[in-house]
Design a protein around this ligand. Structure first.
Ligand code: GA4
Length: 329
């Protein structure tokens, strides 16, 4: 059995063969909080495909910047930001704040079409861009999860990806826009993050797997076991894969969700991240897989449905450790 190394940080570029045609064939992946051996075989082949991956990304980026450039009243037509829609500075409903604005979308095409009609003058263009991107990152998440299943030698290697392939999957797409902070001190030279203001506070993602991508403006940081914050250099050609709490529970703690945060944007250019959270259906039961449990490694977590976890998560503050509430003591 593959036992993941204790460090949650993997930033090795990966290359490999043998995958079915994927629209992300020309893109590299970096993994945060996953098992390096499981990911080593991911490879994105070069090739002419009808959808160029960069175009799929560029279309969402364009729609995103276009959306965030609108007046507040127009953006608010997307809904209140909690649990979905447009939000500015407020995160969740328990008092968390950050130097950003965002658009939170349910990943199903029906809900995207409703939002598109509310926010865009060209709803078809908006919804096609979002749907294509979601399909692509979902495919990427499934490939990564199948490798995780393979690496852990579970009997059904698609057990993890099955949750997010399900038509009822509760997956989410989040666009975070970090406008440049007003330059308060014109006498000092402009350096990145001089004041360490928080854009999006420290947390771990509740879902199974997160596929994170941003433009070339930095801000993302991950926390190591010793509490040290490590900046993740921005690379618009790469995806960062982060383990979520649900994968931690399913693997009985072999994969550990990664705490991360975003600093406020203090450079002149706006920062935008596009984050796909691969989640199970609300009624799916999450508990450590039988293969992950043994007399030497007893189950660490009580079984819960994703709906129960999510409901509990929404009563917490961003920085709270949610998975600990489901630990068997
Ligand atoms: C963190 C990960 C995702 O961005 C998110 C966030 C959600 C929200 O913004 O509504 C939460 C947060 C996230 C966990 C605790 C609660 C809910 C804000 C918050 C304070 C969309 C998610 O699924 O959980």
């Amino acid at each position: 059995m593959v036992v993941p190394s204790p460090s949650p940080v993997r930033t090795k570029k990966t290359k490999a063969v043998g995958f079915p045609p994927s629209i992300f064939r020309t893109t590299t992946v970096k993994a945060v909080g996953t098992d390096r051996r499981s990911l080593r075989r991911i490879r994105f082949l070069q090739g002419g495909e009808p959808w160029h991956p960069k175009k799929v990304i560029a279309r969402v980026e364009e729609e995103g910047f276009h959306f965030f450039a609108k007046p507040a009243a127009e953006k608010q037509r997307a809904g209140p930001g909690f649990p979905f829609g447009y939000g500015s500075k407020n995160i969740g409903r328990n008092g968390d704040m950050g130097e950003l604005e965002y658009l939170l979308l349910q990943s199903n095409p029906l809900s995207i079409s409703e939002t598109s009609n509310a926010v865009s003058h060209d709803p078809t263009k908006f919804s096609c861009a979002i749907n294509d991107y979601i399909e692509a990152v979902k495919g990427l998440a499934c490939e990564v999860l199948d490798l995780v299943g393979e690496g852990l030698w579970v009997s059904d290697k698609s057990v993890f990806s099955g949750f997010i392939r399900d038509v009822q999957s509760d997956s989410i797409l989040r666009l975070n826009h970090y406008p440049p902070l007003a330059d308060e001190d014109h006498s000092s030279p402009k350096v990145a993050h001089p004041c360490n203001k928080i854009g999006f506070g420290e947390h771990s993602d509740p879902q199974i797997l997160t596929i994170f991508r941003s433009n070339d403006v930095g801000g993302l940081q991950i926390s190591l076991h010793d509490g040290l914050w490590v900046p993740v250099p921005p690379d618009s050609n790469e995806f960062f894969v982060m383990v979520g709490d649900a994968l931690q529970a399913l693997t009985n703690g072999r994969f550990v969700s990664v705490r991360h945060r975003a600093l406020a944007n203090s450079v002149a250019k706006p920062r935008m991240s596009m984050i796909y959270f691969g989640a199970p259906p609300l009624n799916a039961w999450i508990s450590p897989l039988p293969e992950m449990v043994s007399p030497k490694k007893p189950s660490l977590y009580k079984p819960f449905t994703w709906g129960q976890y999510k409901k509990a998560a929404y009563t917490t503050r961003l920085g709270d450790s949610r998975i600990d509430n489901f630990k068997i003591t």
